[in-house]
Design a binder for this molecule. Structure first.
Ligand SMILES: NC(=O)c1ccc[n+]([C@@H]2O[C@H](COP(=O)([O-])OP(=O)(O)OC[C@H]3O[C@@H](n4cnc5c(N)ncnc54)[C@H](OP(=O)(O)O)[C@@H]3O)[C@@H](O)[C@H]2O)c1
Length: 270
């Protein structure tokens, strides 16, 4: 990764595990200084300690992206730094359910992280990059952003927002010296997916995903991670005229299960 163009500091949002940690390790190996953001302090500190032991400069921010003041919290740690690369990685969905039954906080959180978060962080850090005439931003998406999936309405819509948003941003920023990429990710073996009980042994490695993102930052607006089947799936979905059957076929979780998810979220929140 070109330190002259995208350095000296990289800000990795969701940078304590999985794809975010892989981004951090690859960037550190290329000489980037890092600011890592996530909620849980312990995994953040653990990764920071690992990277510092290899002589990398690292700052951490423990903050929740669903909170309205999160940009201020991150800015408090970055305002004296030159952030040349923004990687907005966090954004997975862990609660499925019928949109009308899920607690409002679930929807608000997905929209805060994947819609407002992308927009607010890109505006602030991208604005500074444009003033310098150099830099890069990687916003992570999902194959889910090409089709509304029942029980994942807000999530799939939010990833669609990110893709269209990034396309426009890419065209606006490229002539101003800033590369913008929507990194479209398929099933990947992250701790978040493992915690959901998904069969991650079959999934793409976070290292491959992060490496492809960095290697293709200048190949925007959208880069679909090259796991076999990803590009074919996007092409297929994009060509469908009558989407009714395809959308219905994505109603994976049985009705009882989605209602149960809503209940257990209420219990956790309450
Ligand atoms: N893994 C897949 O199969 C897959 C498939 C398609 C797309 N993607 C996309 O790839 C990206 C990474 O996914 P992932 O599976 O690694 O899970 P993730 O939960 O989106 O990302 C994990 C990282 O983000 C942090 N994080 C999560 N929620 C946060 C919040 N509210 N505030 C601050 N930090 C938060 C986590 O630390 P804390 O928990 O400590 O906060 C961790 O560092 C997401 O945008 C996801 O939509 C993933």
């Amino acid at each position: 990764m070109n330190l002259e163009k995208y350095g000296p500091w990289a800000l990795v949002i969701g940078g304590s595990e999985g794809v975010g940690a892989a981004f951090a390790r690859l960037l550190a190996a290329d000489g980037f200084k890092l600011v890592l953001v996530a909620r849980k302090p312990a995994p953040l500190e653990e990764l920071a300690t690992e990277l510092r032991s290899q002589n990398n400069e690292v700052r951490v921010v423990s903050a929740d992206l669903s909170q309205p003041d999160v940009l201020d919290q991150v800015r408090a740690v970055t305002d004296d730094l030159e952030i040349g690369l923004l990687v907005y990685n966090a954004g997975a969905n862990n609660t499925r359910g019928l949109f009308v039954e899920l607690p409002e906080e679930v929807t608000q959180s997905v929209i805060a992280i994947n819609v407002l978060g992308h927009a607010n962080f890109a505006r602030h850090y991208g604005g500074l990059m444009v003033k310098r005439g150099r830099g890069g931003m990687i916003l992570t998406g999902s194959l889910g952003g090409y089709l509304g999936s029942p029980t994942l309405a807000a999530y799939t819509a939010s990833k669609s927002f990110s893709r269209i948003f990034t396309e426009a941003l890419w065209a606006e920023c490229a002539p101003l010296g800033v590369d913008v990429l929507h990194l479209n990710i398929g099933f990947t073996a992250t701790p978040a997916m493992a915690r959901l009980g998904l069969p991650v042994a079959l999934a793409e490695s976070p290292e491959n995903v992060a490496r492809e993102g960095l290697e293709n930052i200048a190949n925007g607006p959208v880069w679909i991670v090259s796991t076999p089947g990803n590009i074919e799936r996007v092409r297929l979905i994009s060509k469908i005229d009558n989407r009714a059957e395809t959308v219905r076929a994505h109603a994976i979780a049985p009705r009882a299960q989605t209602a149960q998810a809503a209940q257990s979220h209420k219990k956790l929140a309450g």
